[in-house]
Design a protein around this ligand. Structure first.
Ligand code: KG4
Ligand code: ZN
Length: 333
């Protein structure tokens, strides 16, 4: 029997979840709207907002799960990767609570947790599977052999795909985070309207910095001819950019699946909420004979339920961490 309280504070969502014997009982997420004004996450403001949100978010999670603090067996927190100041808030809170309650602490790797979001509910993938983990900070193809046995077999050498979505949105004058807005406008646009070059990287790696530059030059040229170009063609631009990014993601995923012979294929992370990616993955899955796993929207973007899920597996193996553990903005698997 185990009851674990999990805390996520790596970027701009403050979240707390409760997991009882492997079942999520509460998952509260407080988004930070303050960053919209600045067109991106401002680290100092993120830390302050985490400080304001963390107590009410934890209280709400405990209330929703209908448990008292003395019922908790362990406290889990995101150790990294993420923004140092943001991670510090969650880590300090978790440590203080664990110390006060005299219960063990569990550190969780944020990207491993994104993969483990697939074990929150059915259908769960079987091992080994490949997980394309796509977020604002990462783009990775992960070979998952067990709940806590993962290997990165391909990743971006520069920007993350979420960054490519967000930076393109910024160029188009859309607010942060732009990924969901590009997705929304793309649904009414023609994906073949414009073409952007696909970057060629060796092996299973990605690069998304080149496409960002080509979009910038494309927009400069078009708006010099017609200042209203973006407003008049927003849906087509969004659809074409999204189509290119999705194509780049899936080409390497297909290569990885063919190389490894694995046909259990999952996607995770904020960008896995993208409808273009979801649809194209389903289609490729049918062509390639894959079993495809896509998490529910609320488990794609940052949330503490996935941290709690990772913590559940660590608790089962007695994998606790000392009180003096410090957050890691960059963290290896
Ligand atoms: O996993 P996540 O919530 O936070 C990080 O760990 O980075 O991912 C956030 C990223 C942002 O870049 C956001 O624009 C992107 O996920 N995103 C999307 C969509 N929803 C979120 N990108 C494209 N289409 C979406 N529907
Ligand atoms: Zn994330």
């Amino acid at each position: 029997m185990s009851t674990i309280l999990a805390i996520e504070s790596s970027c701009d969502e403050t979240s707390a979840a409760v997991i009882l014997n492997g079942q999520i009982r509460a998952n509260i997420v407080a988004a930070q709207l303050i960053h919209q004004k600045y067109g991106g996450v401002v680290p100092e403001l993120a830390s302050r907002a985490h400080q304001q949100h963390i107590v009410p978010v934890v209280e709400e999670a405990l209330k929703q799960a209908n448990i008292r603090k003395k019922d908790i067996n362990a406290i889990a927190f995101t150790r990294g990767p993420g923004l140092l100041g943001a991670l510090l808030v969650g880590a300090s809170f978790a440590k203080a609570l664990a110390l006060g309650l005299r219960i063990p602490l569990i550190e969780v790797h944020h990207m491993q947790a994104h993969v483990l979001a697939h074990f929150i509910e059915d259908p769960r993938p079987s091992f080994p599977f490949l997980c394309l983990t796509v977020s604002g900070g990462h783009t990775q193809i992960v070979l998952v052999r067990g709940h806590l046995d993962m290997e990165i077999i391909g990743e971006t050498q520069d920007d993350a795909v979420g960054e490519a979505f967000d930076k393109t949105a910024k160029l188009l004058g859309l607010p942060y985070p732009g990924g969901p807005l590009i997705d929304k406008y793309a649904q009414q646009g023609n994906a073949e309207a414009y073409s952007f070059p696909l970057s060629e990287m060796p092996a299973l790696n990605y690069s998304f910095s080149g496409i960002k530059t080509s979009i910038l030059y494309f927009l400069r040229e078009k708006t010099s001819q017609n200042p209203n170009f973006v407003a008049e063609n927003l849906a087509d631009i969004c659809a074409s950019v999204q189509h290119t990014l999705v194509k780049m993601l899936l080409q390497k995923l297909r290569k990885a699946a063919r190389q490894t012979g694995i046909r259990e294929i999952a996607i995770a992370g904020g960008v896995s909420a993208n409808s273009g990616l979801r649809n194209a993955l389903q289609k490729m899955g049918e062509e390639e004979g894959w079993q495809v796993y896509v998490p529910r929207f609320e488990y794609c973007t940052d949330n503490a339920a996935m941290i709690a899920m990772a913590a559940h597996y660590k608790y089962e193996t007695g994998d606790f961490c000392p009180q003096n553990v410090s957050p890691l903005p960059r963290m290896e698997f």
